[in-house]
Design a protein around this ligand. Structure first.
Ligand code: DCP
Length: 218
């Protein structure tokens, strides 16, 4: 994996919707030598004036394919982005897009099998033909009912109709990928953190990952 001496130590932060990925990234803002790449949700909400996230939630069968192909593009752009620092911390990756979100849309019939086949071919091409740096995955593990309450509380307008069953399904898909290793591809070692803790306690939990992330920066 460390083929190029100058390439950054690359960490993906993964976990269910509302698991605190953004808060985790913010925790590392205080350190030098880390580039933080937050998820481009704002780009998904405004592509030439179109809110693809909203379109996808309102009519998943019609917009799921369009939304996920745009997510893939934005993720690929993040994977490819060069950083001036020795550590690169990314919110999500093209892997969770494929193994959690696209997988859910395929299993639930939201995506037509032909649409799924196209997305899957893109994913295979990207992971086989383009080198995607990956050194560590931080998995913010949560209980579905806990994140469901957080999602309701933060009230992101597009997510208002998200049912608990969807959050449970996404939880299972994250577990299958990162803990049960049901997919051939898990691109890096996984560090599991308890992300059910509330804000007053979570800093201590986040600190458990500092060594693994920061020792690469020195
Ligand atoms: N999403 C999706 N398909 C993807 C990636 C994300 O449908 N491939 C959706 C799910 C959410 C929104 O995009 O409605 C953002 O989800 P994330 O879990 O990626 O980001 P959060 O902002 O919820 O993360 P956190 O609360 O952990 O900071």
């Amino acid at each position: 994996m460390n083929a190029h001496k100058s390439r950054p130590f690359t960490v993906f932060v993964e976990g269910n919707i509302g698991s605190g990925k953004t808060t985790f990234l913010e925790h590392f803002r205080r350190f030098e030598d880390i580039t933080l790449l937050t998820e481009p949700v704002e780009e998904w909400r405004n592509l030439k004036g179109w809110n693809l996230l909203d379109l996808m939630y309102k009519d998943p069968s019609k917009w799921g394919m369009t939304f996920q192909s745009y997510v893939s593009l934005t993720m690929l752009e993040m994977h490819q982005r060069s950083t001036p620092t020795p550590v690169k911390l990314m919110e999500r990756s093209m892997f969770s897009a494929r193994y959690c979100f696209v997988e859910h849309m395929m299993r639930s019939g939201i995506l037509h099998p032909a649409e799924f086949a196209v997305l899957d071919e893109w994913f295979r091409f990207m992971t086989n033909q383009i080198h995607i740096d990956a050194d560590l995955i931080v998995y913010l593990k949560t209980t579905p009912s806990v994140v469901y309450e957080r999602i309701k509380k933060r009230a992101r307008s597009e997510e208002q109709c998200v049912p608990l069953s969807y959050i449970e399904e996404l939880h299972t898909l994250h577990e299958d990928w990162l803990v049960n290793r049901k997919h051939a591809e898990c691109p890096a070692p996984v560090l599991v953190l308890d992300a059910d803790l509330d804000l007053s306690q979570i800093t201590e939990e986040y600190k458990k990952s500092e060594h693994q992330i920061l020792r690469k920066a020195v």
